[in-house]
Design a protein around this ligand. Structure first.
Ligand SMILES: NCc1[nH]cc(CCC(=O)O)c1CC(=O)O
Length: 323
């Protein structure tokens, strides 16, 4: 059976490379039973230029792709997993989570500078309250500047970059995005999770499809082969934590989960940082996964969220409204 599949994507350079990886992988895993076509979908997030927060978070990047899936304009949508809202989308399912890139955040500074070596009061750009809070926790003297735009635009604002004069000393970006774009040369420091805990889902992709695929159709088979169990379980735990904190992706919450080599021990580490960086709450938990490993991964995220809330997370990060 030959199946034709249209893969929807945003038209940004990052989205196109990410979709390209998924299309290539599906072509190989489809063993000649799949033909693939890429369909560009324009999203609100690409059209508008206000700050991310004023747009209502990164969900704006996802909604148009989901509409295209539901309307049948495409059959597969590729998202950055961290941009997916935690709530379920009616009629859609997470078809596969491919192997994750390194989830670290990366400093891209002028003159090869690292966080410790930036001069007092240095201007560091990020549109993410999570990154801003953790930058300030490590370096309260920094001047954190709210920026947005695609990866090239942000890198272009760093002084000394080829793109122009630059008004910033550094920006913070996801290392994974830079890796996919072939721009790791811009990274001057990759942060460990102790300095900057990544966003839930950072570095991972989500391959979303309409619910109810026939498990025997070539697309369904290829998606099962594309899915990477350690990444999938890790992001389920991270997103369950985020969902329970009901904070949305713009809140200062970092989390990373990791499946141990035994394949059944899942470790989840999370931090909540006061937006001004003045206080940090960090907790970690492990779970031994049973026969329903997805449910156990989600339960781990929920348990860690409760632990953080019991420890005062809501007050710390002004999440009061979410309780
Ligand atoms: N919010 C935008 C966004 N969504 C995913 C990535 C990077 C790739 C990833 O995290 O998988 C980025 C850019 C960034 O945060 O630097």
């Amino acid at each position: 059976m030959l199946q034709h599949v249209r893969v929807g994507t945003r038209a940004s350079a990052l989205a196109l490379t990410q979709t390209g990886h998924v299309v290539d992988a599906l072509a190989v895993l489809g063993r000649g039973d799949l033909t693939l076509e890429t369909v560009h979908v324009r999203t609100e997030g690409d059209r508008l230029t206000g700050s991310l927060q004023s747009l209502g978070g990164t969900g704006v990047f996802v909604a148009a792709l989901r509409d295209a899936l539901l309307d049948g304009r495409c059959d597969v949508a590729v998202h950055s997993l961290k941009d997916l809202p935690t709530g379920e989308a009616d009629g859609l399912v997470l078809g596969a989570v491919p192997p994750r890139e390194d989830p670290a955040d990366a400093l891209c500074a002028r003159d090869g500078l690292t966080l410790d070596l930036l001069p007092p009061g240095a201007r560091v750009g990020t549109g993410s309250p999570r990154r801003a809070a953790q930058l300030l926790a490590a370096r309260p003297d920094l001047d954190v500047v709210d920026i947005r735009g695609n990866v090239d635009t942000r890198l272009g604002r760093v002084a000394g970059s080829a793109a122009g004069p630059g008004d910033l000393d550094a920006v913070v970006l996801a290392r994974a995005g830079l890796a996919r774009l072939g721009r790791l040369d811009a990274v001057t420091e990759a942060f460990g999770p102790d300095v900057m805990s990544p966003a839930p889902g950072q570095g991972a992709l989500a391959v979303e499809v309409r619910a109810g695929l026939d498990p025997e159709e070539p697309l369904a088979r290829a998606l099962r082969a594309l899915d990477h169990r350690p990444t999938h379980l890790a992001v389920l735990a991270e997103r369950a934590l985020l969902g329970r904190l009901e904070a949305g992706c713009a809140a200062p919450i970092g989390a990373t989960a990791c499946l141990a080599d035994d394949g059944r021990t899942l470790l989840l580490d999370a931090v909540i940082v006061r937006p001004d960086g003045g206080a940090t709450l960090r907790r970690a938990l492990t779970a031994t996964l049973g026969s329903d490993s997805a449910a156990d991964a989600r339960a781990l995220g929920a348990r860690l969220a409760d632990l953080l809330l019991d420890a005062g997370a809501a007050d710390l990060a002004a999440l009061g409204a979410a309780r």
